[in-house]
Design a protein around this ligand. Structure first.
Ligand code: SF4
Length: 195
């Protein structure tokens, strides 16, 4: 039996080369839609599942592999595990090509592992580094470079990354880009610095 095509992804933004979203230079993909509602979420425009644009996993894989040389991809959002089937295909393909996979999720690793959902299991199996848990604005993390609040945990699911290394405690960075007339802010939010 032929495997069905992976579901089309709903993607808000792709940045093919950033060093503000995980270790090394990375291809970052913000997916559209999140079922959670953390107070103080810095990506509120990504919460609805109705926005973004539709992207075939095969097309995204081709763009990543044809793009600038990077250490890996970062999946964030939105909620990557709400689109686990398609992202598992993307993560698996780029890992097979030698890239690392980092994923930010609002669910906990324990929650995800307890689910009886093969797509979630496949995305976890294709993930090297997972940052988990909802954002809690009452507990801001001032030490870890890419993590929003102290309740969120960093899980090395393979040996590719060491969350205790100095890179994970380096000063935070923010990237500003102008693209097609839009100002794109990535990395650490410039709270209060922009309208
Ligand atoms: S899980 Fe992430 S994207 Fe979803 S509401 Fe919380 S902070 Fe926002």
């Amino acid at each position: 039996m032929v495997d069905p095509a992976p579901p089309t992804l709903r993607v808000a933004l792709e940045l093919p080369d950033t060093d503000a979203e995980g270790p090394g230079r990375r291809y970052a993909i913000w997916v559209q839609g999140c079922p959670l509602r953390c107070a103080g979420c810095c990506n509120a425009e990504l919460l609805t599942f109705g926005g973004g644009r539709l992207v075939a996993p095969a097309d995204l894989i081709a763009r990543i592999l044809a793009g600038p040389a990077t250490e890996g991809i970062t999946l964030l959002g939105g909620e990557p595990f709400a689109q686990a089937a398609g992202l598992a295909v993307v993560a698996g393909a780029v890992r097979a090509a030698g890239l690392g996979v980092m994923v930010f999720t609002g669910f906990t690793l324990d929650d995800l592992r307890a689910r009886d959902d093969p797509a979630v299991a496949r995305l976890l199996a294709a993930t090297d580094l997972l940052v988990d848990g909802t954002f809690d604005r009452a507990r801001p993390d001032t030490r870890r470079r890419w993590v929003g609040s102290t309740n969120q945990r960093t899980h090395a699911l393979t040996t590719r990354y060491d969350p205790e290394s100095t890179a994970f405690y380096a000063p935070r960075t923010t990237e500003l880009r102008l693209s097609d007339g839009r100002l794109i802010v990535s990395g650490w939010p410039l709270t209060g610095a922009l309208p």
